[in-house]
Write a protein that binds this ligand. Structure first.
Ligand SMILES: Cc1cc2nc3c(=O)[nH]c(=O)nc-3n(C[C@H](O)[C@H](O)[C@H](O)COP(=O)(O)OP(=O)(O)OC[C@H]3O[C@@H](n4cnc5c(N)ncnc54)[C@H](O)[C@@H]3O)c2cc1C
Length: 308
């Protein structure tokens, strides 16, 4: 119920204004977001890449304006040029939300998003790194996977996120388990109806394991995006039983979440990639992080009441 309310608020303009203006918000946002500009986020990236890998997200989503979509492409091009120039491209790639580059624009949205994503892939190829397409709500999955297929004809290393809470995902994992495919498997962060998604946590977890089994048993490169200790350990066991070594898959976690566990996995010689968001369009991302953990909401609500 609380999760549903918060995820509805993530799409509300009024709530956005309230939350963005609350004095307490900035400190909490800083826990999950590395900086409001590329320059302010780079020190965190440099620190993390000493022992971990990184994927950078230039925050933004749900763009309704073609100029803004182009600005996002420019921001990614600058980011990728910087990763190339500083030598970070070996250890840092980028994550892109297609809705930030025009997927929801009227008429030609999908085509605009494809063209824009292609430009980002060209910049990634020039820098010597890769791109992974984030997955948004279930209405975007067919379009995102169609764009992925187009991009992979020229850039076979483009990866995508699949969400274990969707009923369709085990079949999507099968389709994307071939050689060269990179799939980031997560539980899913949006409020989805029971007609398309498991809504019970235990069911989502069981689906995650089924999907992971398909990916680990396939020929692609699985990216295990979860902070859940049980799933992290099941991933290790499935990798072993599928004959995968430490270079044949990776763990992924979000910036600011379970830092000690991130370090522990990296210290064991396993690949650990941190998803690092930056930029000032943090509202939707931040609200989804609040919705994931009731304790976050209680803390935020208390801070709002005591600090105004
Ligand atoms: C690299 C990466 C990329 C992702 N990309 C997408 C995407 O493209 N589309 C999408 O729908 N979702 C995405 N997600 C989010 C994902 O779907 C989940 O919502 C999120 O990861 C929480 O699920 P969990 O597997 O960590 O398990 P949970 O059961 O939710 O959490 C396990 C434990 O992790 C810790 N934890 C989890 N979330 C938080 C939090 N917000 N604050 C503090 N502690 C927390 C807690 O200790 C919790 O007990 C991504 C996640 C990761 C790690």
């Amino acid at each position: 119920m609380l999760r549903t309310t918060l995820l509805a608020a993530a799409r509300s303009r009024t709530c956005r204004t309230l939350v963005e203006r609350a004095p307490v918000t900035r400190g909490l946002v800083a826990k999950y977001v590395a900086g409001s500009t590329l320059e302010s986020a780079l020190p965190a990236v440099e620190r993390l890449t000493a022992a971990r890998l990184v994927t950078l997200d230039h925050l933004g989503e749900d763009t309704r304006d073609a100029d803004q979509a182009h600005e996002t492409v420019d921001a990614y091009s600058r980011l990728l040029a910087e990763l190339g120039r500083t030598g970070l491209a070996d250890r840092a790639e980028v994550s892109v939300k297609l809705s930030a580059v025009g997927q929801f624009l009227p008429d030609d949205g999908e085509k605009i998003a494809l063209d824009n994503a292609r430009r980002i892939c060209e910049a990634a190829a020039a820098a010597g790194t890769t791109v992974t397409l984030d997955m948004e709500d279930h209405t975007t999955v067919d379009s995102t996977l169609a764009i992925l297929a187009e991009l992979r004809t020229d850039f076979p290393w483009v990866g995508a996120v699949l969400q274990a809470y969707l009923h369709r995902t085990q079949a999507d994992c099968r389709d994307l388990s071939g050689a060269g495919s990179r799939v980031r498997l997560c539980k899913g962060a949006y409020d989805e109806p029971a007609s398309v998604a498991y809504r019970d946590k235990a069911e989502v977890d069981r689906s995650y394991v089924r999907c992971l089994r398909v990916l680990m048993g396939g020929q692609g490169y699985p990216m295990v995006a979860s902070h859940d200790p049980r799933l992290v350990s099941i991933a290790g066991a499935l990798a072993d039983s599928s004959g995968r070594g430490p270079g044949d898959y990776e763990h992924q976690m979000l910036y600011g979440i379970r830092e000690n566990e991130q370090r522990r996995i990296a210290e064991q010689g396993r690949r650990m990639r941190v998803y690092v968001p930056y930029g000032d369009e943090w509202y939707g991302y931040f609200m989804r992080r609040l919705a994931e953990r009731p304790a976050n909401v209680a803390f935020f609500a208390r801070s709002l009441l005591t600090n105004g």
